[in-house]
Design a protein around this ligand. Structure first.
Ligand SMILES: [Zn+2]
Ligand SMILES: [Zn+2]
Length: 341
């Protein structure tokens, strides 16, 4: 099959012919890829940011936002048959450990993460497990929903955890209105009761956020922190959800967070620095949020089926993978890019 593989860090992916994945475990499923979303994590993987943490052997196929059709099933697979349209939860979790039994697939000590630790979806076929699959309605094109499998689920989980705090009269600041943020705004509109303040460098993205449910838009520049403070009666936001996660967004978030507020960190790469005196004096909470569990993706797909969450995406050929990654790196992708093999 055709696939885009990472051979060397900080070099373009190689588009090449590789062997098709094969069923090796009775619960395995081979999915024919309909579309694979292009994510900032893919850039980080190519840059080698994850190299030490994951230790994945090169070359391998990246791509962890996948949807398509069931192509082959292992002998123990009972809930899916060849041809079924599916969206793929990003990890293969074991289903037997305590964390899996608690429903937290991402905490499974036995997990495989296609696109990070094993071959992913920048390809014609992907191997995953039955446990990771969520059926799609027959009238949904998998390529149109693939980014929900990571960008969507990650935004959903953070907002789902923040929503009980988002009471009427509170303000939630959402930083970064790209692939995750534009989904996060809609989910917050559906699950919470806060006034949503969208924060981004890009005016088009801010306008999109206003259309999707934000009540204020703040352009990220030198005056942004004071603008947010004036929108919150100089108190700061009750909740901040940071989809960017640079040193700058971390530092600014701590200046824009109300006493007793909660700061959800979703984007990553920077370092959160906070003196313990400020932590206790302001009684703030700092919460990390990682992807999402099976139920998070299931619930998000229900919201999508009801027309409550729309996805801004554009499709490109798998052969264009390196060009699209470059556009994403340069901040030139609005919404989400999806590679179609
Ligand atoms: Zn991702
Ligand atoms: Zn497990």
């Amino acid at each position: 099959m055709k696939a885009a593989r990472l051979h060397k860090y900080n070099e373009p992916l190689r588009i090449e012919q590789v062997p098709d994945p094969v069923i090796t475990d009775s619960s395995d499923v081979i999915v024919k890829i309909g579309g694979a979303g292009v994510c900032h994590t893919d850039l980080h993987l190519i840059e080698g940011v994850w190299a030490e943490t994951l230790g994945t052997e090169l070359p391998y196929i990246i791509g962890h936002e996948n949807a398509g059709w069931v192509h082959a099933v292992g002998s123990a697979v009972t809930n899916f048959k060849v041809g079924d349209p599916v969206i793929v939860h990003p990890v293969m979790s074991c289903g037997k450990c305590l964390n899996c039994r608690a429903g937290e697939d991402m905490h499974c000590p036995n997990l495989k993460f296609p696109g990070l630790t094993v071959d992913g979806g920048y390809a014609e076929y992907l191997k995953t497990s039955e446990r990771a699959l969520i059926p799609l309605p027959n009238d949904v094109n998998p390529a149109d929903v693939a980014p929900f499998a990571d960008a969507g689920i990650t935004a959903y989980r953070a907002v789902r955890r923040a929503a009980p705090l988002a009471k009427p009269g509170t303000k939630v600041l959402m930083i970064g209105m790209g692939g995750l943020g534009h989904i996060g705004v809609q989910v917050m509109r559906e699950l919470g009761n806060s006034d949503i303040i969208a924060f981004d460098r890009n005016k088009d993205r801010l306008n999109m956020a206003l259309d999707l449910g934000a009540v204020h838009a703040v352009e990220a520049n030198d005056r942004a922190v004071s603008q947010v403070l004036s929108l919150t009666a100089e108190q700061g936001a009750d909740i901040i959800i940071d989809f960017v996660g640079t040193d700058q967004t971390h530092a600014e978030s701590l200046q824009m967070l109300r006493k007793g507020g909660t700061y959800f960190v979703v984007g990553y790469g920077g370092t959160v620095k906070v003196p313990s005196l400020n932590l206790i004096n302001n009684e703030i909470s700092i919460v990390g949020s990682l992807v999402g569990n099976y139920n998070d993706l299931y619930q998000l797909m229900e919201l999508h089926a009801r027309g409550k969450v729309i996805l801004h995406s554009a499709k490109y050929a798998l052969d264009e993978a390196n060009d699209i990654l470059k556009l994403l790196h340069d901040g030139k992708i609005n919404g989400r890019a999806v590679l179609v093999p």
